[in-house]
Design a protein around this ligand. Structure first.
Ligand code: PLP
Length: 473
């Protein structure tokens, strides 16, 4: 037991007076009561004791007489996300008991004085499926969960096929490799995105060509793609940034006109829709990430979705060292090891079971933020085009400096109050490896004014209110 928790423990025969002293020393406002066998038997808050004294108990009475005999408790193995759901303004501490019923630790709401921008939510199902991998010994990249995860994810996206990869970055690299993109080629990408979108193009030897964003969606501006196309252009990678789908129709039209491929970078937008079509099913291939802060997670992980059988088969082959599908250990081409493990896929299967709830809560959080921030001068709320369903991966807004403080100052102020936030992505053409003497004004403005706020689905409404009121202040 942690020393901090030891201080809170008293015997059931302890007097109210001594219990008050223990509560005072522990500084959490509660005492944990154990019986003569050292098993947990109750909990007392300073409020419980105060009420008892008002009712006529004396300081010499035993704590046993006034303690809560059936408080909320949990096991040491209870997942953190479940504990958070069990807590509230009223229940701020939950004793964690071991197999013997002895106190092993205390879970406290106070641990959440810092609100993270994002956090994974893994629970009992994930544990159950991962345990199955361990007990059955299927822990590497072959196993039933990999196949199941691929099939169910394809179903989720409405595509015929899905190929799991070890992360989202290599999903993009693999998709480019499938298309044979390489040295001498150009690939069009938005400048406002996570750096991986551009890096994967560079890995192939091709050159990423950066295009500005449109103010209405923050995504690649289809009107600015045309002028960026050259005879060397092979593909376009629209990114569905922060969960808002890119404007796909004009992008697909351009691709058809100039004979280009379209790879959707859907790493941040699982379940988002463009005119009712789910992202990842619109271009030639879609690429997803299951990193810890994404909509659903496998720790690290990725996926390629496609309706093209040839692409699927090539992706499988290149994912596995370019091995021949018909002849083991025969490698007609150079491939990679980009496989996902059965353990990761097991987590993914459990995450997919609850993806609808995750997406509902994401939207709820965004709508609640919107309602709290909509009338604040100097704030632009996140976009949602009429044809789009934004899944609000990270709730992001724009801050106009002239109405108060600037974005970076706001991030620092929020940090002081225990609220994590982060700037939206810096446009890639402004960073050292890709620095270019060009101006892409919309992306540069979004990049300088945008801030992403805590958006994890474990957030409670009162925590969202706290963030909103800090911003208003
Ligand atoms: C997260 C992300 C990636 C990369 O995914 P990883 O799984 O972290 O490798 C690629 N593109 C975008 C837009 C992302 O947000």
């Amino acid at each position: 037991m942690r020393e901090q928790v030891t201080k809170l423990v008293v015997k059931n025969t302890t007097s109210l007076k001594e219990t008050i002293e223990a509560i005072d020393k522990g500084a959490l406002g509660i005492a944990l009561v154990v019986d003569e066998g050292n098993k947990f038997c109750g909990l007392a808050t300073d409020g419980d004791i105060r009420r008892a004294l008002l009712q006529g108990f004396t300081l010499e009475d035993k704590i046993e007489a006034v303690m809560q005999k059936n408080p909320v408790i949990a096991k040491t193995t209870t997942p953190r996300s479940t504990l958070l759901q069990m807590m509230s303004e009223r229940i701020r501490h939950i004793p964690l008991l071991d197999e013997q019923g002895e106190i092993a630790d205390l879970a406290s709401y106070l641990h959440r004085v810092t609100l993270p921008v994002a956090e994974p939510e893994v629970g009992d199902k994930e544990l159950e499926y991962v345990t199955e991998c361990i007990t059955s010994n299927w822990i590497s990249s072959v196993g039933k969960f990999v196949t199941q995860f691929e099939e169910e994810f394809a179903h989720f996206c409405g595509t015929k096929y899905a190929v799991a990869t070890s992360n989202g970055t290599v999903a993009l690299h693999l998709a480019l490799a499938v298309l044979g993109v390489g040295a001498g080629d150009e690939v069009i990408v938005p400048t406002l995105t996570f750096i991986a979108t551009a890096n994967t193009v560079t890995y192939t030897g091709a050159k990423p060509v950066f295009v500005d964003s449109e103010p209405d969606t923050w995504n690649i501006d289809p009107e600015k793609i045309g002028p960026a196309i050259t005879p060397r252009t092979r593909a376009i990678i629209p990114v569905h940034l922060y969960g808002h789908p890119a404007n796909m129709e004009p992008i697909i039209e351009l691709a058809e006109k100039y004979n280009l491929y379209v790879i959707e970078d859907a790493a941040e937008a699982h379940g988002a829709t463009y005119n009712s079509r789910i992202v990842g099913s619109i271009g030639d291939m879609g690429c997803f990430s299951f990193f810890g802060n994404k909509i659903i997670t496998t720790g690290e992980g990725g996926m390629i979705t496609t309706n093209n059988k040839e692409f699927e088969q090539k992706a499988r082959m290149l994912r596995d060292h370019g091995v021949s599908p018909d002849k083991k250990y025969w490698h007609p081409v150079i491939g990679f090891n980009y496989r996902l493990t059965n353990i990761q896929a097991a987590i993914g299967v459990a995450q997919l079971e609850k993806v609808d709830r995750v997406l509902d809560r994401k939207r709820e959080i965004a709508m609640f933020y919107n309602s709290l921030l909509k009338d604040v001068t100097g704030i632009t709320l996140p976009p949602e085009a009429s044809w789009a369903k934004n899944v609000f991966w990270m709730y992001s807004i724009l801050i106009e400096e002239e109405y108060g403080i600037g974005r970076d100052e706001l991030i620092a102020k929020l940090k002081e109050s225990g609220v994590d936030s982060r700037p939206v992505f810096y446009p890639i053409h402004t960073m050292p490896p890709y620095r270019q003497d060009i101006v892409l004004p919309v992306a540069e403005e979004l990049g300088s004014k945008g801030i992403s706020l805590p958006s994890g689905i474990g957030l409670k409404d009162e925590e969202i209110e706290r963030v909103a009121s800090l911003i208003k202040k």
